[in-house]
Ligand binder design. Structure first.
Ligand code: GRG
Length: 294
């Protein structure tokens, strides 16, 4: 199966699994449930679920086993976008080509949407998962909690907010992104591997891969923010410069940032060597992350 057929298959099954996991819009409180569905369904590249399925495919794990961890990570991601767009954070009116959640609804609803999506993620991952031992599932819950919290994504967001208008060096910028964007991307890969009962050395190799593509994702995001249009991105372009935020492009310059992306892409391919052809989808996703246009 070629990459684009595989990718749309995973995106479709992710959409169905999210649709099934989200409370029906008719269920009380209907406004909150409608807003949760608005924030999650019908948009986004689903990069994190793709990574979870790709890592699981190394171990020949069925898609039906990978759906729950894949959507748990996506629900955390969706919550982070809703909160990130709030006026008290990044203050953005456009997300995934539509009005941000707080614009479509209101700020209080958007706050609750984020809260409820976060707990829905853990509810989903704590459901009985056929084919996964209870102890392994506990490890998976722990992994997602750490990746989302103050030592992961939320901590990265705190560093990001504190960095506005500051001069960061490349090491400080990397530290921020390893937490803000990288931690959740890493959890997506490792959750997929955990479904395959991956041995510690396999988890270590996959952790190295995930670290590279987490940073790669962010470098490419900075390049797109500087070079692509709002219409293509489906979110406001040029925001980093407008908000005086440190980025790879403004610290390194566009040329160096692109060179860094090429190096990270090559490193990501290299660290997958121990998995041979079984890591095909992870190789393809590293390329997709670089070549994406939004
Ligand atoms: C509010 C706790 C909290 C955290 C927010 C991830 C994040 C932290 C904020 C998002 C801001 C941002 C634009 C980060 C850059 C990288 C990134 C996560 C981009 C959006 O992810 P994509 O491209 O989005 O995977 P789609 O819409 O495709 O799912």
């Amino acid at each position: 199966m070629d990459f684009s057929t595989w990718m749309s298959g995973i995106q479709q099954r992710t959409e169905s699994a999210l649709e099934a996991a989200l409370p029906a819009p008719t269920l009380a409180p209907a406004n909150l449930h409608e807003a949760m569905r608005y924030a999650v369904l019908g948009g986004g590249k689903r990069v994190r679920p793709l990574l979870c399925h790709a890592a699981g495919s190394i171990f020949n794990i069925a898609g039906s086993v990978l759906d729950a961890p894949a959507i748990a990570v996506e629900l955390i991601h969706a919550y982070s976008l809703v909160h990130d767009d709030l006026p008290c954070m990044d203050d953005d009116d456009l997300r995934r080509g539509k009005p941000s959640c707080h614009v479509q609804y209101d700020e209080a609803t958007a706050l609750l949407v984020g809260d409820a999506l976060q707990t829905l993620a853990f509810q989903t991952l704590s459901n009985r998962l056929a084919g996964i031992a209870a102890a392994r599932q506990l490890d998976m819950l722990h992994l997602l909690a750490v990746a989302s919290g103050s030592r992961g994504m939320a901590g990265g967001q705190a560093i990001d907010l504190a960095a506005v208008g500051q001069q960061l060096d490349i090491g400080e910028l990397e530290f921020m992104h390893i937490h803000k964007t990288g931690a959740l991307i890493r959890s997506a890969v490792l959750l997929g591997a955990h479904c395959g009962e991956a041995a510690p050395d396999a988890l270590e190799h996959l952790g190295h891969y995930a670290n590279r593509i987490g940073l790669l994702f962010q470098v490419v995001d900075d390049i797109l923010d500087a070079e692509a249009s709002t219409a293509t991105l489906g979110k406001t372009a040029g925001k980093d410069a407008a908000q005086n935020k440190p980025t790879y492009v403004n610290i390194l310059g566009a040329r160096e940032a692109k060179a860094m992306a090429s190096k990270l892409r090559q490193d990501a391919h290299d660290v997958l060597a121990p998995f041979g052809a079984s890591a095909l989808r992870l190789h393809e996703l590293a390329d997709f992350i670089v070549e994406r246009t939004f």
